[in-house]
Design a protein around this ligand. Structure first.
Ligand code: KG4
Ligand code: ZN
Length: 378
């Protein structure tokens, strides 16, 4: 071993042989730097997202590649195909973004990659690449929580929310209400006991014969639906608490569609649109009722919504109406930063690195990772 070298082991691999790295690498990183430029890498599911965020100049550039077409023929994400495609895309996308923006490696101060939750193979691609680049460039890297990324995405907007606030996280994998005091200060108020809101949209999309992901397609079909023709339940709204359940709604949709089907099992386009509308109204109203309750119970005056379903126009409109009546305010990210993207990861990682949070040389990948377990920034 070279003089001054230290031993590092891959996380969770205590029996593996020690990997030796020179000791100057982690100590290069001085805590509480005033500004930073961070490369963000998102590969937790079926989108490769790359971005460069500068704490002084804001977002310098971002790129997104969606694997949606590849998975569409299977009706959902195939994890192994997702990992392989991230391997093909991630590094060339980083190179292309840096070239296009004229950003050189020596101007990048840190790397943020999504460390979880997500598909483990997909996570490992971004994590090993991010860690390796940080090692090559002698800069720190940090594993970011995907839902913290979503939660902080509205901070990229011109008028960002101020802490504290209530956050409604609605994605394909999560539906959570969280009281947020600051970065890393999260108190879970309620969550879905079964399907996430986005998952319910996707499954209903499938029943309606729409391509994956169903969410935006169900929303588009619902605009042609007749409001009020069907009344679906608003699950768990007439009992106290802030938890959700969306799987019963799916059954409701399935039963309604089979009642509407003709002798050949066909449902007319108008009937499908009316069902889509009833389903969307039920999800939106359920979320509105719970958000109103969360604001009241927490005494907070700001609500942020984040994650793929926060791009839903009817949800935004319903919540806007509710917050106005509550003399509160609603915040959300522009649609492209509601769904998975690299900018939210670069931003979240930048905040943590700026505060002096640092990690050793381990590669972080946590398929399951509770949001409340994250350390507070102060
Ligand atoms: O946050 P996201 O991109 O990925 C996860 O972290 O899961 O969320 C994807 C989810 C999908 O279920 C998708 O159908 C849903 O967000 N989604 C929508 C809309 N846009 C995306 N759901 C309803 N309305 C939309 N406009
Ligand atoms: Zn997401």
């Amino acid at each position: 071993m070279r003089q001054g070298a230290q031993d590092y082991r891959l996380a969770g691999q205590s029996t593996s042989p020690a990997v030796s790295f020179p000791s100057f690498l982690p100590s290069l990183w001085a805590a509480n730097t005033k500004f930073m430029r961070v490369l963000g890498i998102e590969t937790s599911c079926d989108e490769t997202g790359i971005a460069i965020y500068d704490s002084e100049q804001g977002l310098l550039g971002d790129a997104l590649y969606s694997q949606v077409e590849m998975h569409a023929r299977y009706g959902g994400v195939i994890p192994e195909l997702a990992s392989r495609d991230h391997i093909r895309k991630t590094l060339p996308m980083i190179q292309q973004l840096m070239d296009e923006k004229g950003i050189t490696a020596d101007s990048i101060d840190g790397i943020a990659y999504t460390a979880g939750p997500g598909l483990v193979g997909a996570l490992l691609v971004g994590a090993s690449l991010g860690r390796a680049l940080a090692l090559a460039w002698n800069i720190p890297a940090i594993g970011v929580h995907h839902m913290e990324g979503h939660l902080l995405a509205p901070m990229l907007e011109a008028e960002p929310p101020q802490f504290p606030f209530v956050a409604l996280l609605v994605s394909g994998g999560h539906t959570q209400l969280v009281a947020v005091k600051g970065i890393g200060e999260y108190r879970l108020l309620g969550e879905s006991l079964d399907d996430a809101a986005g998952e319910a949209f996707d499954k209903v999309g499938k029943m309606l014969g729409l391509a994956y992901p169903g969410g935006p397609r169900v929303a588009a079909l619902a605009t042609k639906g007749t409001p009020g023709r069907f009344e679906f339940p608003r699950p768990m709204t007439n009992r106290p608490g802030l938890d959700f359940s969306f799987s019963g709604l799916k059954t409701y949709v399935r039963n309604t569609l089979s009642e509407l089907a003709d002798e050949h099992g066909q449902v007319s386009e108008q009937d499908k649109a009316d069902v889509a509308r009833a389903f969307e109204d039920a999800v939106v109203q359920t979320l509105v009722i719970k958000c109103r309750r969360a604001l009241k119970e927490s005494g907070l005056r700001s609500l942020i919504i984040a994650g793929g379903v926060s791009a839903n126009q009817r949800l935004r409109a319903g919540l806007q109406e509710m917050v106005e009546a509550q003399r509160s305010r609603l915040y959300y990210a522009q649609p492209r930063f509601c769904t998975d993207n690299g900018a939210m990861i670069a931003y979240a990682g930048c905040q943590r690195l700026l505060a002096g949070q640092q990690e050793g040389l381990s590669i972080q990948a946590h398929p399951r990772w509770p949001l409340e377990s994250l350390p507070a920034l102060r």
